[in-house]
Write a protein that binds this ligand. Structure first.
Ligand code: PEP
Ligand code: MG
Length: 595
């Protein structure tokens, strides 16, 4: 039995069998094959092996033309020999016949076992052969998967998925019936795959660093998405303990659901509005079910992922309009396309950047692509007559950028007017405050924006220069850094002074002690994953704002993040005695774990 610690990304406890995606360049999933498919499967394998040999031979010849170093060309002979080794080929064929599963799965599993043996060898030369094995297997798999590339959207069995990484698009499209939970090597608590997992209510642990090496296919594992741990090969006692914890978790969720129709009101009568962040229109039902008072952030880019052609204006107008209608009379804040960073398009817009979070992301991408931006703006405007729609622009860094964007919106309004298409001419237009520059000029922006929403996921990463998806520096991603608290306070004051509304829609809004800080600093609107709403509501209903403000107002003046945490811990225990310490800080582990 071993216990691995990572970052809690999506709550829940799951006990199940592991399915490990061995090589990240290929998504190889197990698939049962019928008896009469076996020969065909083996033929495919034979063909892939012989094509690979041919390819290696050609590379070797080319190589020989360019260098007269005979020893190096022999590496390629070694690759061919590997493909003739019965352990590699005959064993794969034997297992396909016996296990009746697809050949790419059996082959990669077989290679993994061979690689494991080699990696534990003392002999340096033999250990070096590991690279040859991996090289050769990639070549063969490339051929096998040429026509057979499968996606995570269809699995045969219920599994806990173990992989190096998941893109937000893969997370959004994964087979929810069969993926019970997932664990990854990399990623942070605010990476979009983690955010998506919460929305889908799939428990997840990310940033485990080498989980793909620590877990084997079919291992029995316990994934604890509350504590951020993974237990491999649990013993009887551990299994029993986690069964109990799992039941307790389900029971506490059930009790929380009773709060659905109660107001999020502090003991001294102050109302806090709790709204939901959604990625896809289908999540509205969950938002309503969890008592959301509106959609505080509709991440529209998820409509664009998993496809090569962007959704049409009509398709978008329908999607936004439906959400607005279902949520009415509560408001829906639709954010324009925030593509880039860890959310990438397929199709012709796919390009690589060395620093994607600092690159052509969000509003920058939209301003570069009017053929995508304009239809989206028109679609949001068209939806505005079907409910209370607000529009927000992501990643604004300057007033000029905001003005430029608003001018494009005005043009979209004129286009619709000319065609006689109805829209709300007074649609509120807001700014996501998620760059330090926007926070520092919030007073100026407040003169021309109708509302602000603080995107702390990005504000923290850009302010502290800590990549939000990098598990190696997750311990430096510190929402309690006094610099962050000061910046948030600055934005709250600017919004109050400018007479505009403000909400916080980053992940910290759902983090219990940090939600307290936000409310104590003056935030009255929080938006979060729908599933987090009941717990935050329970918290809000358990303290008095008067007591809280006194404590929280001192926090931005403390010297370090640790001081803030200590003070906060004390405050929570004092203000909300019903909570146990581990529960209160369960969501903040990013700050004290390095994975
Ligand atoms: C944020 O940055 O806090 C935010 C809500 O936007 P996203 O997580 O989509 O970048
Ligand atoms: Mg953001």
């Amino acid at each position: 039995m071993k216990k691995l610690t990572g970052i809690a990304a999506s709550p829940g406890i799951v006990i199940g069998r592991a399915y490990v995606i061995f090589d990240e360049s290929f998504r190889i999933l197990p698939r049962r094959i019928a008896e009469d498919e076996v020969d065909q499967e083996i033929e495919r394998f034979d063909l892939a092996v012989s094509e690979s040999k041919q390819e290696i031979f050609l590379i070797k010849e080319k190589f020989k033309e360019r260098t007269n170093e005979p020893g190096l060309a022999e590496i390629f002979d070694a690759h061919v020999h590997l493909l003739e080794d019965p352990l590699v080929t005959a064993e794969t064929i034997r297992r396909v016949r016996e296990e009746k599963r697809n050949v790419e799965f059996i082959f990669s599993d077989n290679i993994k076992m061979i690689a494991e043996k080699f990696s534990s060898m003392e002999d340096e030369y033999l250990r070096q052969r590991l690279h040859d094995i991996q090289d050769v297997s990639r070549r063969v798999l490339g051929k096998l998967l040429r026509k057979e590339k499968r996606s995570l959207s269809k699995l045969d069995e219920k599994v806990i998925l173990i992989c190096h990484d998941l893109t937000p698009a893969e997370t959004a499209s994964m087979d929810r019936e069969n993926v019970l939970a997932f664990a990854t090597n990399i990623g942070g608590r605010t990476s979009h795959a983690a955010i998506m997992a919460k929305a889908l209510e799939v428990p997840a642990v990310v940033g485990l660093q080498n989980v793909t090496e620590q877990v084997k296919n079919d291992d029995l594992i316990i994934l604890d998405g509350i504590q951020g741990t993974l237990i491999v090969g649990p013993d009887e006692q551990c299994l029993n303990e986690y069964q109990i914890r799992r039941e307790r978790f389900i029971e506490s969720e059930r009790l929380l659901s009773r709060l659905k129709d109660l107001p999020a009101q502090t003991l001294d009568g102050h109302m806090i509005r709790l709204a939901a962040n959604i990625d896809l229109p289908e999540e509205v039902a969950s938002a309503i079910g969890h008592g959301a008072q509106g959609v505080g952030l509709f991440r529209s880019e998820f409509l664009y992922l998993n496809r090569t052609v962007p959704p049409s204006e009509d398709e978008q107008a329908e999607a936004y309009g439906k959400v607005a209608e279902l949520m009415s009379p509560n408001p829906v804040t639709i954010r324009t396309l925030d593509i880039g960073g860890d959310k990438l398009f397929g199709g012709s817009f796919r390009y690589r950047e060395l620093n994607p979070f600092m690159g052509c992301r969000a509003i920058r991408f939209c301003l570069e692509h009017p053929e995508i931006f304009n239809p989206q703006l028109r679609a949001i405007l068209r939806a505005s007559v079907r409910g209370r729609v607000r529009l927000i622009f992501p990643m604004i860094t300057s007033l000029s950028e905001f003005r430029h964007t608003k001018a494009i919106l005005e043009q979209a309004k004129m286009d619709l007017k000319a065609k006689g298409i109805p829209f709300d001419p007074e649609i509120p237009v807001g700014i996501m405050i998620e760059t330090p520059s926007a926070a520092l000029i919030a007073d100026i922006l407040a003169r021309e924006a109708d509302f602000f929403s603080i995107g702390t996921n990005d504000l923290i990463q850009y302010s502290l220069a800590v990549d939000r998806v990098n598990e190696r520096i997750a311990h430096l991603y510190q929402p309690t850094h006094p610099g962050i608290l000061r910046m948030i306070k600055l934005v709250i004051d600017a919004a109050n002074k400018g007479g505009i509304s403000l909400s916080v829609c980053g992940e910290i809004a759902a983090d219990l002690p940090l939600a307290l800080v936000l409310v104590g600093l003056g935030v009255r609107d929080l938006s979060m994953s729908a599933t987090a709403i009941p717990e935050v509501k329970k918290l809000i209903r358990s303290f008095s704002l008067k007591d809280l403000t006194g404590i929280v107002s001192r926090l931005p003046d403390l010297p370090t993040s640790e001081d803030v945490r200590d003070e906060l811990r004390q405050a929570v225990t004092q203000l909300v005695p019903g909570y146990r310490d581990y529960e209160i800080f369960a969501g903040s582990r990013n700050e004290n774990t390095s994975g």
